[in-house]
Design a protein around this ligand. Structure first.
Ligand code: SF4
Ligand code: F3S
Ligand code: FES
Length: 248
């Protein structure tokens, strides 16, 4: 069964752009990315879109569909009615390069700012031992496909360009949490999380968790535990005593 859908796609570049209407054929079982490819083959040969796997695993095809941050390859056309207008726009938090392609380099910058895993210096590779429960905790965070939907959605940066410099965003605060809870990581990440990566900006709205296509519990399993660890550290009586002695 096929029908003609009404697509409204943002076309433009970093200077200017507009929503352009396209009637387009839809066939049973198709996803939004199929329709974008059909537009490229028919009415809009120069429509720019980033994609790679078409299987929800590369994280490239992130865009906003009817205002919701989604993966285009995982958004089934059957979730819309045949008469509704489907509006497709680029991720709002990152600068547009062209059409549906945005410059996501903010995320690479933030990734580089997180110091890497720091095992104890006297342990050789192959001597690392840890409990299964610690392995499983990391595994949840490792499912991340770096689609940046969470980074795009978090209100701290979505409408506040000025916060970008001081806020790593949920994906990279999650990375800091993963390392801080790692039993073999000896770096002290709590103060850095608060002072350099903007953990305090997060007010636990959970919007990041809601859009994660890998269903990672970013807020409950990473951000809240990291906040608790920062607070525990701040009110630890030994740390408090140490800071008083040091100040003298
Ligand atoms: Fe995407 Fe989820 Fe990774 Fe964020 S945590 S980048 S939403 S997969
Ligand atoms: Fe932003 Fe997620 Fe915190 S949406 S405010 S990082 S809970
Ligand atoms: Fe790879 Fe959509 S094309 S996640």
């Amino acid at each position: 069964m096929s029908y003609d859908a009404h697509f409204r796609v943002w076309r433009g570049d970093s200077e200017k752009g507009e929503l352009v209407d396209y009637p387009v054929e839809v066939n049973e079982g198709e996803v939004v990315l199929d329709i974008i490819h059909r537009l490229q083959q028919t009415e809009a040969g120069d429509l720019a879109v980033r994609w790679n796997c078409k299987a929800g695993k590369c994280g490239s095809c992130s865009m906003e569909i009817n205002g919701k941050p989604r993966l285009a390859c995982m958004t089934r056309m059957s979730t819309f009615t045949e008469t509704e207008t489907i509006t497709v726009t680029p991720l709002r938090t990152f600068p547009v390069i062209r059409d549906l392609v945005t410059d996501v380099s903010f995320n690479y910058t933030k990734a580089r700012e997180v110091p890497s895993f720091a095992p104890p210096p006297d342990l050789e590779p192959g001597e690392y031992r840890m409990q299964q429960v610690d392995v499983e905790r990391s595994q949840e965070f490792r499912k991340c496909i770096e689609c940046y939907l969470c980074q795009n959605t978090c209100h701290v940066v979505r409408d506040h360009e000025e916060n970008k410099e001081n806020f790593a965003g949920p994906r990279y605060l999650m990375r800091i949490a993963e390392l801080d809870m790692h039993p073999l990581d000896v770096a002290d990440r709590k103060q850095e999380a608060q002072e350099e990566h903007g953990l305090g900006y997060c007010n636990i709205t959970k919007c990041c968790t809601e859009v994660c296509p890998e269903h990672i519990k970013i807020t409950d399993n990473a951000l809240i535990p990291l906040k608790e660890r920062v607070v525990d550290r701040k009110y630890d009586p030994l740390v408090w005593l140490g800071s008083k002695i040091f100040k003298r």
